[in-house]
Design a protein around this ligand. Structure first.
Ligand SMILES: Nc1ncnc2c1ncn2[C@@H]1O[C@H](COP(=O)(O)OP(=O)(O)O)[C@@H](O)[C@H]1O
Ligand SMILES: Nc1ccn([C@H]2C[C@H](O)[C@@H](COP(=O)(O)OP(=O)(O)O)O2)c(=O)n1
Length: 235
């Protein structure tokens, strides 16, 4: 895996972490498109494992059973930002893993420490392959800047106020950000982030990680802010 900005000829890694609704997925995908890089959505991997556990009738209250499922997890995930495929045992689950039933259960899977260790091995391999084959990769999640790729030449914590994140997710899921829609979205943002915080630090930037607060930026402004950090790292 690249260690310094000079290594970008063999593959440049951009690591992005942040809480739910901060814009990680949409912004990282657009940054990858702009730079012609690969894109890895590590959250999709935890979501796909959750789908697999439910599909296999694994008891989500049993960490050992979840770990056993992770050990035989037949995942195939693409890194093309224009077609981020997610297949489990040959089944296309890209849409299914965004459903509420997965969002409400994913933290039970993602907070099992041995599961994280299994998925991190896979994530590092995917990052390394995409960086080499596509010239670079934007990898996003909750522990990419700190654990999965702490040596990446660009590490960014994308944040936004709780209010902004709730409004965005509410608009995405319900087409509105009125009081009822925000209330219906709250548990998916606030409760999930609280649960996920038990195993990853994604609210405060680690040393060497650049914080970008997107609360008052529009989507294009968020993408531009990330690209500026990338440019500065290469200068
Ligand atoms: N300034 C902004 N930056 C990033 N995304 C934004 C912004 N404003 C609105 N959005 C929208 O917020 C929603 C949540 O973004 P997403 O990328 O899914 O966040 P995350 O991956 O951090 O949960 C998307 O529908 C996105 O288009
Ligand atoms: N590197 C990562 C990525 C995601 N996760 C967990 C935390 C989240 O609740 C789930 C789903 O991640 P995802 O990025 O899709 O979450 P959002 O819906 O964008 O908020 O996976 C994690 O623990 N570590």
């Amino acid at each position: 895996m690249p260690q310094t900005p000079e290594d970008h000829l063999s593959g440049f890694v951009i690591a992005v972490d942040g809480p739910s609704g901060s814009g990680k997925s949409s912004v990282s995908k657009q940054v990858a498109r702009t730079l012609g890089y690969g894109y890895l959505d590590t959250g999709a991997m935890y979501r796909a494992l959750t789908w697999w556990c439910l599909h296999e009738n694994v008891d989500l209250g049993d960490p050992d059973a979840i770990t056993a499922a992770a050990q035989r997890f037949p995942l195939s995930i693409g890194t093309d930002p224009d077609a981020p495929t997610v297949l489990v045992d040959g089944t296309d689950v890209a849409a299914a893993i965004r459903e509420t039933g997965i969002s409400t259960n994913v933290s039970a899977v993602a907070t099992v420490i041995p599961v994280r260790e299994i998925l991190r091995v896979l994530q590092r391999r995917l990052i390394s392959e995409a960086a080499t084959e596509q010239g670079g990769v934007v990898a996003e999640g909750r522990d990419i800047t700190t654990v999965v790729a702490p040596d990446a030449p660009v590490r960014i914590l994308l944040t936004a106020s709780e209010e902004a994140r709730l409004a965005r997710r509410s608009t995405e899921l319900h087409g509105a950000a009125d009081e009822a829609a925000v209330a219906a979205t709250r548990s998916q943002i606030v409760d999930r982030d609280r649960a996920d915080s038990a195993v990853s630090e994604f609210t405060v930037a680690a040393d060497g990680v650049t914080t970008i607060d997107t609360s008052h930026l529009d989507f294009e402004g968020s993408v531009e802010a990330v690209l500026q950090v990338v440019e500065a790292a290469r200068a």
